[in-house]
Design a protein around this ligand. Structure first.
Ligand SMILES: [Zn+2]
Ligand SMILES: [Zn+2]
Length: 90
């Protein structure tokens, strides 16, 4: 017999602490124990805990000349890309 509610001892609501990043702060990842890995990024995406929306994250990273690369499957951040500023363009 299975129940719909999984009481996982590794995470809180499928969010598992994933350390911190010097640019993005505290990070969470999808718990690999009780969730299926995202088929697009294989579960490598992380979720910055300090930001409620991707736009806030993008705005803060823009100051550092970085741009978050989001996974289209799970909306997590899979990479940080250097942001080409308009003034750098020829
Ligand atoms: Zn879990
Ligand atoms: Zn993903």
């Amino acid at each position: 017999m299975t129940t719909a509610i999984i009481d996982c001892r590794f995470c809180i609501d499928t969010n598992m602490p994933a350390g911190r990043d010097e640019d993005m702060g505290e990070l969470f990842e999808r718990c690999p124990v009780c969730t299926q890995p995202c088929p697009r990024c294989d579960g490598i995406a992380v979720y910055p805990a300090n930001y409620n929306t991707p736009f806030e994250l993008a705005a803060d990273l823009a100051v550092l000349r970085l741009a978050p690369v989001f996974c289209m499957g799970c909306t997590g951040v899979v990479a940080l890309a250097p942001l080409a500023a308009w003034e750098d363009l020829p």
